[in-house]
Design a protein around this ligand. Structure first.
Ligand code: SF4
Length: 69
């Protein structure tokens, strides 16, 4: 499965980092990014075998910038 972060939606609230520091961090631009993720068309994606806490991050994100596919 894949964790996808739509950077254009992110408002840099830091909630995803708080609940899931394993996968998310705030970048120098103040917006969230996925650790080890690949940039693709304005999004950051990471293939994972288990979504783990990324599911919580997707639920808690106030602007629905995180998706698990
Ligand atoms: Fe950005 Fe959503 Fe993470 Fe907040 S929870 S930093 S809006 S991706």
């Amino acid at each position: 499965m894949k964790i996808i972060l739509e950077k254009s939606k992110c408002i840099g609230c830091g909630s995803c980092v708080a609940v899931c520091g394993k996968f998310f961090e705030l970048g120098v631009d103040g917006l969230a990014t996925i650790k080890g993720g690949a940039d693709k068309d304005g999004s950051v994606e990471l293939e994972v075998s288990v979504a783990d806490c990324a599911s919580e991050a997707a639920e808690i994100c106030p602007v629905q910038a995180i998706k698990i596919e």
